[in-house]
Design a protein around this ligand. Sequence first.
Ligand SMILES: *Cc1c(COP(=O)(O)O)cnc(C)c1O
Length: 335
Amino acid sequence: MNIEWDKLGFAFMPTRSNIRFHYADGKWDEGKLCSDYNINISVAANVLHYGQAIFEGMKAFGCKDGKVRIFRPDENARRINASARQLLMPEFPVEKFVEAVKTVVKDNADYVPPYGSGGSLYIRPVMFGTTPQVGVAPSKEYELVIMVMPVGAYYKGGIKPVDAMISRDFDRAAPHGTGHIKAAGNYAASLLSGKIAKDNHCPVALFLDPATHTCIDEFSTSNFLAITADGKYVTSRSDSILPSITNKSLMQIAQDLGMVVERRQVNVEELATFTEVAACGTAVVLTPVGRIFDGDKVYDYKLTEIGPVLEKLYKQMTGIQYGELPDTHNWLVEI
Ligand SMILES: *Cc1c(COP(=O)(O)O)cnc(C)c1O
């Protein structure tokens, strides 16, 4: 194994092992570590036709004291169960999930990028229905696989703002649909909007609330947050957005720093009033947004780098993750 830690991007890479659990006859098995990255399922498996697939994303960090710690895996455990309930898939016990994550991280400890490299070990659980069927019904058998891979600092040479484009042609989720769970299908539904945005030189698409198209929902893979002129943290409240654990943590950090946090409907027109805007999620923590295009309109935040408030939040968050700052909320789980 010879990994150049400072050259890592965000890409799939097989590591020593993944951990797999099988659900049959109404219960999950004890699971096993597995070096194989292929699975053998029927071409009639539920997931391939009817899309019972949910996933998660979290990270383990090589901390300043040399220990490896996982960021809030219990939150991901609860969220995958919320996703499972919505798609009639079996829940997985929270404790067992956290143990499984610890086990697979431990087995791949030498793949955790060292402290100082800016990287982390990305942890990707995925659960899917495997029962062969052509009649539409929930699968009877499921697989939960948790794989891990080292990923690099998303931003080499500083955090640069990206442009976003509001998706006016398509929604990623329906009102009262599956936007609030981490269903694989939500991503398939957002790909075309993402392509349209990219064709217009915008790396990310921004979605509006699908019922009225007057309020901001979120980006295709990350939540929306903004800073107001008087220094408040504002983030969207909507039934069709995914409850981001990064956003939840940043809201707590903002409060700890004495900021006012507002989780509420955010009207599109308010985009003209914000001083800083960002996308937030596990992969990058915070991506500052430089401009937002909406048809002929453009909201320009006139930033060449991350703004001062977002930078403070970013440093606080990554400081906790790498064990440089006190973990006052007990978010980190040591392996
Ligand atoms: C996973 C995801 C996020 C980010 O959630 P985190 O827990 O912060 O990684 C945001 N939006 C969507 C649609 C997602 O699937």
